[in-house]
Write a protein that binds this ligand. Structure first.
Ligand code: APR
Length: 239
């Protein structure tokens, strides 16, 4: 790999994992940076099933504020660079994001999995099993919160701490056949996502991290490219 480019051959299959850092230059807060969401809110108050049981109104206020921010945000050069790479690789590309915003889709990404759920979807908080539905509404008070046809409150379609990430069978199948793995803007603090680099490495893939500081799992990467995603990715992935 040249210093500033990730070489991708006609045989390579690329698996990309993104985290909150890729949306930072779009103005969305990360979680663990000094000005991140977890500096403002306690995880146990807004991002666990117990938080929901205890105070669903506070949970919806947290996600409503994040919906407002994400609606205003626009995809940055990093999101656009990944969508361009997907188009160029014609089927040899898979994007797994830990992010719940829709900036990848709005940049043109299509073959992607939101392993921690989606901000603009809600689902029944009960057991009726109805599918999640698209939802851009804001819920400032409990009285405003939409209800499922079964009568239960609608909850954010988000994977909270203690819940099972989404799409893991699909994600592990893609990881096992990737020859190049690119990880962008994630601190490597949360599992199973922080292990994906090891799984891909064991399958023989080259693994590259992009972010302004080394992640906790930096030692597992073939290469760490320090820089902001929006500034580095377009050159790194240039055709
Ligand atoms: N470009 C690239 N990376 C950046 C940028 C940027 N402009 N700005 C910050 N970063 C990096 C930070 O250095 C940090 O490593 O983004 C990373 C953000 O880390 P976290 O805030 O921990 O976010 P993330 O890794 O996505 O969190 C994983 O934790 O709270 C849960 O479910 C939540 O999906 C989230 C998961």
């Amino acid at each position: 790999m040249s210093e500033q480019r990730v070489e991708i051959s006609a045989e390579d299959r690329v698996f990309v994992l993104t985290g909150a850092g890729i949306s930072a230059e779009s103005g969305l807060a990360t979680f663990r940076d000094s000005d991140g969401l977890w500096a403002e809110h306690a995880i146990e108050d807004v991002c666990t099933p117990e938080a929901w049981e205890r105070n669903p109104e506070l949970v919806w206020q947290f996600y409503s504020a994040r919906r407002e921010g994400a609606e205003r945000a626009i995809p940055n050069a990093a999101h656009v660079a990944l969508a361009a790479l997907e188009k160029r690789l014609e089927g040899r590309f898979f994007l797994c994001t830990q992010n719940v915003d829709d900036l990848h889709e709005r940049a043109g990404s299509r073959n992607l999995m939101h392993m921690h759920g989606e901000l603009f979807a809600s689902r029944c908080s009960g057991e009726c099993g109805r599918a999640p539905r698209r939802d851009h509404a804001l819920y400032p008070t409990l009285a405003d919160v939409a209800r499922c046809d079964c009568g239960a409150l609608m909850r954010p379609h988000i994977v909270w701490f203690g819940e099972v990430p989404m799409g893991m069978d699909h994600i592990s199948a893609e990881l096992s056949r990737a020859t190049v793995m690119l990880v962008v803007g994630t601190s490597g603090s949360v599992y199973p996502a922080a292990n994906f680099v090891r799984w891909a490495g064991h399958a023989g893939a080259r693994t590259v991290y992009v972010g302004p500081e080394a992640p906790l799992n930096a030692a597992a990467f073939t290469q760490v490219v320090l820089g902001k995603a929006g500034e580095v990715l377009p050159g790194l992935l240039a055709d």
